[in-house]
Ligand binder design. Structure first.
Ligand SMILES: C[S@@+](CC[C@H](N)C(=O)[O-])C[C@H]1O[C@@H](n2cnc3c(N)ncnc32)[C@H](O)[C@@H]1O
Length: 218
């Protein structure tokens, strides 16, 4: 039988030093646990999306949703939220008269959560949350588009929106603006700020900054 007292065991534990192998094991274990959390809970469904295009979930604040909806005032018809998270923008847009209201979201947990929120608010089946990769959906029929993604993916998204949206479409970006585009309206401050862009205006060739520049090019 082992006759070590608890004090002796503690003393032995305190004296034990982690060698290089121990540190490596600890680091690898922690890394694996973090990756499992990331892949299993936060980013499932993203395996086929290139790493540089992966955007994590961060819900829009109440103020951000309010600012987005303010910029959409006077608009009607359908709306699509690209990367719809827990569905809050889609739900609010539906409540304010946008039909059909569609959210594209890759994370299946968030799609389920969105449907739960819709059901709780009595709108289940009236709004759509589709488990789709936003880079693969066609946007040719979208008159109103909302996005809250990462600045790193906006230049590529800008190209997709310019190529696919109808001429009368309005794009509303939350938190991060499209830096190459000129907004028609901005709402809110700080992290809750939102920007609205008419797609038609972004397609117009930029006016020459110097009158002679235009003549030289013609
Ligand atoms: C910053 S969150 C915004 C969520 C929501 N739009 C809001 O405003 O509360 C971005 C969301 O986009 C989703 N997402 C990222 N890349 C996507 C992709 N390729 N296809 C569909 N959804 C994507 C993420 O899972 C995440 O839920």
């Amino acid at each position: 039988m082992d006759s070590d007292t608890p004090e002796e065991v503690m003393e032995e534990f305190k004296e034990r030093r982690f060698g290089g192998w121990g540190v490596l094991q600890l680091t690898a274990g922690t890394g694996l646990a973090v990756y499992a959390m990331w892949a299993g809970l936060l980013m499932p469904g993203f395996r086929r999306v290139p790493l540089r295009l992966q955007v994590p979930y961060l819900p829009a604040s109440r103020k951000q949703v309010h600012n987005v909806m303010t910029l959409l005032k006077g608009r009607s018809g359908g709306i699509a939220d690209l990367g719809s998270g827990d569905g809050r923008i889609v739900l609010e847009a539906y409540r304010q008269g946008f039909h059909p209201a569609v959210g594209y979201e890759l994370n299946p947990w968030l799609v389920r959560l969105s449907n739960f929120h819709a059901w709780r608010r009595g709108h289940f089946g009236k709004v759509s949350y589709l488990r789709e990769d936003l880079w693969k959906v066609s946007l040719v029929d979208c008159k109103n588009v909302t996005v809250f993604l990462a600045p790193s993916v906006l230049p590529l998204l800008q190209k997709k929106l310019l190529a696919e949206l109808p001429e009368d479409a309005l794009v509303v970006a939350g938190r991060f603006p499209f830096t190459d585009w000129t907004p028609c309206k901005v709402e809110g401050e700080g992290v809750d700020r939102a920007w609205a862009y008419y797609i038609q205006a972004q397609r117009q060739p930029a006016a020459p900054s110097h009158p002679a520049e235009g003549k030289l090019n013609s």
